[in-house]
Design a protein around this ligand. Structure first.
Ligand SMILES: NC(=O)c1ccc[n+]([C@@H]2O[C@H](COP(=O)([O-])OP(=O)(O)OC[C@H]3O[C@@H](n4cnc5c(N)ncnc54)[C@H](O)[C@@H]3O)[C@@H](O)[C@H]2O)c1
Length: 273
């Protein structure tokens, strides 16, 4: 049910790989709400993914960029402003990848070249993106920048591996850069800490099926879906949330504040025969 919340707004959406991607659902929802945007992803992901279909559906242009390359990001921001015809109102950073997770390396047996690569892709890329936007003065006043995070930044989830550290770093960048973006440009910066979601990146985590069911049973409202995350993101891109900044916002059906649920207790209660 569109509300035209993003009418006339221009943006950049990173990370739509396939139709399960949170960024994909966000692009569709932003489009329905009247926003215009360019889509971007790593050149390699373009070959694997079906981003052209999304571009067609939403009337968007695609500008490839490896989010770890400042040069690619500079080109992206310049072209986006040119194509969209003005400064940027919203940015979604929906990027995550751990080489250690991909290669099955345990947290206690990391390959540090992989650690560095995953950190660059998953966390530093957010700083790089904001630094390029900041230096080029490409954000419009009262613009909104969002990155996606996960609660392993605060609490231990053993199989989340070095992505936990990357998310902690990502959330810290949101606060630190958000300060300067707020002061100097009146732009807000937040992270959304999303429920486990069945996407390519999500399913890369060991034991994901068990974990997503556990989270579902723990959350009073159930897990938040990718579509629900897209809806929430739209509110944070809209003018209705102008003073929300430097926050890590839980979007998880209540999981993060639940100690235990009746359903989970049930599994441990010894019933009398
Ligand atoms: N799926 C979950 O359970 C879950 C939960 C909380 C947060 N998140 C976060 O949501 C975000 C989006 O992930 P998703 O679940 O939609 O999975 P996804 O696999 O669909 O998206 C991840 C994206 O990152 C892109 N990417 C990887 N390396 C890149 C690079 N060098 N440059 C540019 N882009 C690059 C991929 O091409 C892909 O499009 C990630 O930050 C992820 O950590 C996911």
């Amino acid at each position: 049910m569109p509300y035209n919340l993003l009418k006339g707004k221009r943006g950049i959406i990173f990370g739509a790989l396939d139709e399960n991607s949170i960024a994909w659902k966000t692009a569709e929802t932003v489009h329905a709400e009247g926003g215009k945007f360019v889509l971007t992803n790593a050149p390699i992901a373009m070959r694997m993914g079906s981003i052209n279909n999304l571009a067609e559906k939403t009337g968007s242009k695609i500008i490839p960029a490896d989010a770890t390359s400042v040069e690619d990001l500079e080109n992206l921001v310049e072209k986006a402003v040119e194509i969209l015809g003005g400064k940027i109102d919203f940015v979604l950073h929906s990027i995550g990848m751990s080489v250690n997770v991909r290669k099955g390396n345990h947290y206690t047996d990391m390959n540090y070249d992989f650690t560095t690569k995953g950190w660059d892709v998953s966390a530093v890329s957010f700083h790089k993106t904001m630094q390029v936007l900041y230096k080029k003065d490409a954000m419009a006043e009262w613009g909104s920048i969002i990155a996606l995070s996960y609660m392993a930044a605060q609490r231990v989830f053993p199989d989340y591996n070095d992505m936990a550290d990357n998310k902690a770093y990502l959330e810290s960048i949101a606060r630190s850069f958000g300060y300067f973006f707020g002061k100097d440009k009146k732009v807000r910066v937040n992270t959304i800490s999303q429920s486990p979601t069945p996407t390519t990146a999500g399913q890369g985590v060991k034991g994901f099926d068990g974990f997503i069911s556990f989270a579902e049973k723990m959350s009073p409202l159930g897990n938040a879906t990718a579509q629900e995350c897209a809806n929430y993101t739209v509110t944070l891109f809209s003018d209705l949330t102008r003073k929300v900044t430097l926050q890590n916002l839980y979007h998880d059906g209540g999981f993060s504040n639940t100690g235990v649920s009746q359903e989970v207790m049930e599994a441990f209660i010894k019933h009398e025969e």
